[in-house]
Ligand binder design. Structure first.
Ligand code: SAH
Ligand code: SF4
Length: 408
C-alpha cells in the first residue's frame, strides 16, 4: 500500500494521472503481495483479465511490481506474455525510470525523493525501515523484502518537518517491525520523541510492532507524548505457546499478555489491534481454544485473522499442513465472529461521548475524522474543518460505523 502511494505521488509529478477504467490507461501497474497464496492467486486472476483486455482493446503497457514480482521474477512474463515489465521490491528505486522509459513520458528523469509528496495532504505515510530478519517460520517477507534496514534518522526527521510545513498534520510511520528501528544510537522511542517535537505536527501513528521488541521506553513515550496516538497494532498470531514456538515468534503468550497489561496501565483506553493465524501446522482444537479465549479476554478493538497458507522457502513449508481447509475456515469464522462482536461492543460504548478528532478526508458525501484510538467518525461536510483538530460528539452508531457532530 505504501509503495503504491509512493509511486502514485511520483507519477503525479510527471503529469500522469490515475484513471478509473482500463480504457483510459496507458500503463497498468499491478502492485502485488506474496504473504498468502490467496493474494498471489488474486494477482494472477487479475493479470489474466487485464491481458485479455489488452489483447482486444489497446496498446496499454502492463507492469507487475511488488513481492510477487520479486519472488517469481521473469517466470511471470513467461506465463503472461503481454506483461511488459516485472520489477522486484529490490529494484523499486529504479522502477520509476524504467516505467517512464516504457511509456515514453517526456520529463527527464531526476532522482525523486520517494517519501515526500508536496500536495496538500493531511495524513502522510513515511517508511522508516524495510525488510525483516525475524524469519517467523510461516512468513515469506524476509525472502521477498530482504534483510532489515533502518533509514537514516536525521533524513526521516527532515522529511517529517518538510511534509508538516506543506500541510501534513499526521504522520504514520511504516515498517515490517517499526519498533525494531535502530539507526546508530537512535532507537524507535527516541525517533518518536524527536518527531513529536516538530511544531504544527499534531499526531503520530506507527505500524506494525513485533511484541519481542516492545520496550518499556516505547510504552513511556506513548504515554507521555500527547501527539502519539493511543493505538497499537501488536500481532499476537496465536495464544498457544506450542504454536508460538513452532512459529518462531520468540515470545510466550504470558509475555504478550504482560505487554498488554503494561500498555493498558500506562495508556488508559489504548486501542489494541492484532493479527492472528489459524490452522498453523499442528494447531489442535485445544491450541485454537487458547487463541479464542485470548481474543475474548484481551478484547482487541479489531483484528485481522488469516488462514495459514504454506509459503515456499519458509521453514513451515516443510511442516505437514495438517489442519484441513474446512477446519481452517471454521476457526477463521469463529475468531472473526467473536472479534466483530467485541469491536461492536467497544464502538457502542463510544455513543454519546466526546472525542478529539482530526478531519482527514472528504469522501462520499461525508467528512471522515479519526479519533486518537483510530476509530473513524463520519461527519457532515464543512470544508473549513478540513485538516483541523476538533471536538466531536458521537450521535449514532450503525454496525461498526460511527456518526458524529462537531462541537464548536
Ligand atoms: N511484520 C508484521 C506482519 C507482516 S505480514 C508482523 O510480524 O507483525 C502480516 C500478517 O500476515 C502477519 O502478521 C500474519 O498474521 C499474516 N501472515 C504472514 N504469513 C502468513 C502465512 N504464511 N499464512 C497466513 N498468514 C500469514
Ligand atoms: Fe514476517 Fe515475522 Fe518478519 Fe513479521 S516479523 S514480517 S511475520 S518474518
Amino acid at each position: 500500500m505504501c509503495d503504491s502511494d509512493r509511486l502514485n505521488s511520483v507519477f503525479l509529478d510527471y503529469g500522469a494521472s490515475k484513471v478509473d477504467n482500463f480504457w483510459d490507461a496507458d500503463v497498468f501497474i499491478l502492485n502485488t503481495c506474496s504473504v498468502r497464496m490467496q493474494s498471489e492467486q488474486k494477482a494472477f486472476s487479475y493479470l489474466g483479465r487485464i491481458e485479455e483486455f489488452k489483447r482486444q482493446n489497446s496498446n496499454m503497457k502492463i507492469v507487475v511490481m511488488g513481492c510477487m514480482a520479486e519472488r517469481l521474477g521473469y517466470s511471470i512474463k513467461k506465463r503472461f506474455k503481454s506483461v511488459d515489465l516485472v520489477i522486484g521490491t529490490k529494484d523499486i528505486d529504479s522502477s520509476v525510470s524504467k516505467i517512464i522509459d516504457l511509456c515514453y513520458l517526456k520529463k527527464p528523469f531526476k532522482k525523486m525523493n520517494f517519501n515526500v509528496n508536496f500536495r496538500s495532504e493531511i495524513v502522510k505515510h513515511i517508511t522508516i525501515m524495510k525488510g525483516c530478519n525475524n524469519y517467523c517460520s510461516y512468513c515469506v517477507v524476509p525472502f521477498v523484502r530482504g534483510i532489515e534496514k533502518s533509514f537514516n534518522s536525521s533524513t526521516i526527521i527532515k522529511k517529517c518537518s518538510l511534509v508538516v510545513k506543506n500541510g501534513v498534520r499526521e504522520i504514520i510511520f511504516f515498517g515490517q517491525n517499526v519498533n525494531s528501528y535502530k539507526y546508530g544510537n537512535v532507537d524507535f522511542s527516541l525517533l518518536l520523541r524527536n518527531v513529536a517535537s516538530i511544531k504544527d505536527l499534531e499526531r503520530i501513528r506507527f505500524m506494525t510492532n513485533h511484541p519481542k521488541d516492545l520496550s518499556d521506553n516505547l510504552i513511556n513515550v506513548i504515554s507521555e507524548s500527547s501527539k502519539i496516538c493511543s493505538h497499537i497494532h501488536l500481532p499476537m498470531q496465536s495464544a498457544s505457546n506450542k504454536i508460538l514456538q513452532a512459529m518462531d515468534r520468540k515470545y510466550t503468550y504470558e509475555y504478550y499478555l504482560n505487554l498488554i497489561e503494561k500498555l493498558r496501565f500506562a495508556v488508559p483506553n489504548i486501542s489494541i489491534t492484532t493479527d492472528i493465524i489459524v490452522g498453523f501446522p499442528g494447531e489442535t482444537d485445544k491450541d485454537f481454544e487458547y487463541t479464542l479465549n485470548a481474543v475474548k479476554n484481551i478484547r482487541f478493538s479489531g483484528l485481522y485473522v488469516f488462514k495459514y497458507s504454506p509459503r515456499p522457502n519458509t521453514k513451515a513449508f516443510k511442516m505437514i499442513d495438517n489442519v484441513s481447509k474446512t477446519e481452517k475456515k471454521k476457526r477463521h469464522t469463529i475468531i472473526l465472529k467473536e472479534s466483530n462482536k467485541i469491536s461492536a461492543e467497544i464502538v457502542l460504548k463510544m455513543l454519546g461521548n466526546k472525542y478529539q478528532v482530526l478531519i482527514e478526508k472528504i469522501d462520499g458525501g461525508f467528512m471522515e475524522a479519526k479519533t486518537k484510538s483510530g476509530h473513524k467518525i463520519f461527519l457532515k461536510i464543512n470544508k473549513k474543518y478540513y485538516g483541523k483538530i476538533l471536538n466531536v460528539v458521537i450521535k449514532e452508531v450503525k454496525g461498526n460505523s460511527l456518526f458524529g457532530d462537531v462541537i464548536d
